[in-house]
Design a binder for this molecule. Structure first.
Ligand SMILES: *Cc1c(COP(=O)(O)O)cnc(C)c1O
Length: 366
C-alpha cells in the first residue's frame, strides 16, 4: 500500500458531483471572465480572512506583484523576504523592478525579526513575511519593526489560508496579503489561481484596474498592465471547496498532532514548532531529520512519498547568486535545508497511514 505525498484524487472523489454541478452552472451562464462566480468567491474569501476586501487574480505570484505595484514599489527600492521561501516571494520583488533583499529565519522556519531589522537600508520600502508551512510568521515583532521604519507589510500567505496569529487571520495582519490557489495549496483550484486581501482600501481601485490590463472602461486604458484575472470556472469550484476548508484544516491539525505523539520519542527527528501565538494550518508538516536524504530514500522504498520544501534556499539559486549572495550568508536557512523533510499531511490521510509513516521512520533509525 502506497502512501503518496499528496493525493488530489482522494480530495476530489467525494466532491465530484458538487464540483461538476458548479462547473455546469458557469457553462450555462456563459460568463467566464470576472462574472458573478468570481464576485461570490471574493466575498466568501474576504469573510474567511476577516478583511474588508479580497480580489481574485490568476496566481499567487501575481497577487504579490499587484500588491507591490499598489504600494508604489519599483526600481531603486528594496524589499526584504526570507531566503527559505518558494522563489515566487522574491521573484515578485524583482518583477516590479525592485531588489529582493533576503534574510535568515528562526527555528520556527519563519523570517527572523532580528534578521529582518538588520537587513533594513535607506532603500527598504516593504517586507514580505512568508507564513511558511502554514504557520504564521512572528507578526507582532515584524509589524513593530516595520512601523518604526515606515515599511509596508505584505503577507505571503500562499501556504497559510485560515491560519491565525493571536486570534487574527493571516492576510488581515499586514497592509495586504497574497494567497495562492494552485492545485497543491491548501485551498486549491483545478488549475492556477490566486487572491489578494487588503486592509488598506485605498489600493482596491488600483488592483482591480491592474488585474484587468489597466482598463478603466472598454476603450480607456489608464495604466500599462497585464491580464491577471481569476477564471470563473475556477472561482465556482473554489466556492465549493471553501465550504470544506474548515473541516480540512481541522483534519490537518489532527494529523499533525498524531505525528507529534508518534514521533516524540525518536531523538533523531524534531517536529515543527507551533508557537503559542499561532494557529497553524499545516500546509506542510516539516520535520528536521538526521540523515535526511537516506531517510527519504528509505521511506520511498517503503512506498511513502515525502517532499523537501525547499532544498535550495533562494540565495543559493542562480538568481540569488546573481544578487551577490553566497554560501554562508544565512546559516540557519542553510542548515535547515539539509535537514527538512515534509511528511504527507493531507486531510484525507487516516490515522493508520500516519502510524505507518511514523513506524517506518522509527525503523530507519533503529
Ligand atoms: C505557491 C507559492 C507562491 C506562488 O503561488 P503561485 O500561485 O504558484 O504563483 C508564492 N509564495 C509561496 C510561499 C508559495 O508557496
Amino acid at each position: 500500500m502506497q502512501i503518496p505525498y499528496v493525493d488530489l484524487a482522494a480530495q476530489h472523489a467525494p466532491l465530484k458531483a458538487e464540483l461538476l454541478s458548479a462547473v455546469a452552472e458557469v457553462l450555462d451562464s456563459g460568463q467566464f471572465v470576472l462574472g458573478p462566480a468570481v464576485a461570490e468567491f471574493e466575498k466568501a474569501l474576504a469573510e474567511l480572512c476577516q478583511t474588508p476586501h479580497a480580489i481574485g487574480v490568476n496566481s499567487g505570484t501575481d497577487a504579490l506583484v499587484l500588491a507591490l505595484q499598489a504600494m508604489g514599489i519599483g526600481p531603486g527600492d528594496e524589499v526584504i523576504t526570507p531566503t527559505n521561501s518558494f522563489v515566487a516571494s522574491a521573484s515578485a520583488i524583482a518583477l516590479v523592478g525592485a531588489r529582493p533583499v533576503l534574510a535568515d529565519v528562526g527555528d520556527d522556519y519563519q523570517l527572523s525579526p532580528q534578521a529582518f531589522e538588520a537587513a533594513i537600508s535607506p532603500h527598504t520600502q516593504a517586507v514580505i513575511p512568508v507564513h511558511l508551512t502554514g504557520h504564521p510568521a512572528p507578526m507582532a515583532e515584524i509589524l513593530e519593526i516595520a512601523k518604526a521604519h515606515q515599511l509596508w507589510v505584505l503577507e505571503d500567505a500562499a501556504q497559510a489560508i485560515r491560519a491565525e496569529y493571536q486570534g487574527q487571520r493571516v492576510g488581515s495582519l499586514g497592509h495586504a496579503g497574497a494567497f495562492s490557489l494552485h492545485p497543491l495549496k491548501t485551498l486549491n483550484a483545478c488549475g492556477d489561481g490566486g487572491a489578494l486581501t487588503l486592509s488598506n482600501p485605498e489600493w482596491l481601485d488600483a488592483i482591480l484596474l491592474r488585474r484587468n490590463l489597466g482598463l478603466r472602461s472598454r476603450n480607456d486604458c489608464e495604466v500599462w498592465s497585464s491580464n491577471s484575472r481569476l477564471d470563473s470556472l475556477q472561482a465556482a469550484m473554489l466556492q465549493v471547496k471553501l465550504r470544506h476548508l474548515e473541516n480540512w484544516t481541522l483534519k490537518r491539525r489532527t494529523n499533525a498532532a498524531l505525528y507529534r505523539s508518534c514521533l516524540a520519542d525518536i531523538p533523531q527527528v524534531k517536529c515543527p514548532i507551533e508557537t503559542p501565538a499561532a494557529f497553524a494550518v499545516y500546509h506542510t508538516f516539516v520535520i528536521r531529520a538526521q540523515q535526511r536524504d537516506k531517510l527519504q530514500a528509505f521511506l520511498s522504498e517503503k512506498g511513502i512519498g515525502t517532499a523537501i520544501h525547499y532544498p535550495v534556499p533562494i540565495h543559493l539559486q542562480t538568481v540569488g547568486k546573481a544578487l551577490g549572495y553566497q554560501y554562508g550568508d544565512f546559516p540557519q536557512a542553510e542548515q535547515q535545508a539539509k535537514e527538512i523533510l515534509s511528511l504527507p499531511i493531507y486531510p484525507e490521510l487516516n490515522s493508520e497511514q500516519i502510524l505507518r509513516v511514523s513506524e517506518a521512520i522509527r525503523q530507519f533509525y533503529r
